[in-house]
Design a protein around this ligand. Structure first.
Ligand SMILES: [Zn+2]
Ligand SMILES: [Zn+2]
Length: 153
């Protein structure tokens, strides 16, 4: 994603609306590695600009995605996740328990469709999603198990 200043210029040049709310959303997204949902962008933006509306958040995210500045991802967490990292090709780690998403840098260029298995598709790209349990969820599971073990003695 471009910087908030560059996005402001881009939006102006394209005759799109530029407001304090929208600029706040640009700032909130910049450098966000959590792959936020629209709701979490809204929460973060509202902390800065109390007049923020969820509708503005949706509309701005939609426009940024249409411009290719952010990616709208369906990673199976139940809500669309927004990714401002479009600079580097990457894949994702997804926590099954809490829905945490992190970037994964690894080379999967060797992942190909076996000849004859393409079912008439012309395959252009592939995404690899690794699912598992994040460090925090593993910690809470461990301490719960420890508590249960203590309670059982
Ligand atoms: Zn987790
Ligand atoms: Zn990502």
């Amino acid at each position: 994603m471009r910087s908030p200043d560059e996005l402001t210029e881009l939006f102006r040049a394209q005759g799109r609306k530029v407001t304090a709310q929208r600029q706040c959303i640009f700032r909130v997204l910049q450098g966000d590695v959590t792959h936020p949902t629209a709701d979490s962008v809204y929460e973060a933006a509202r902390a800065e600009v109390p007049t923020m509306s969820l509708k503005t958040v949706y509309q701005t995210l939609h426009e940024l995605a249409a411009l290719g500045e952010i990616a709208a991802l369906d990673l199976g967490t139940g809500t669309t996740r927004f990714d401002p990292n479009r600079e580097a090709v990457h894949h994702h780690l997804v926590c099954r328990r809490c829905g945490k998403v992190r970037d994964l840098y690894a080379d999967f260029s060797a992942v190909t469709v076996p000849p004859g298995a393409e079912a008439g598709f012309e395959v252009s790209d592939a995404e690899v999603v690794f699912r598992g349990t994040c460090a925090e969820c593993r910690r809470t599971t461990r301490s719960r198990r420890r508590r249960e073990a203590l309670a059982a003695t």
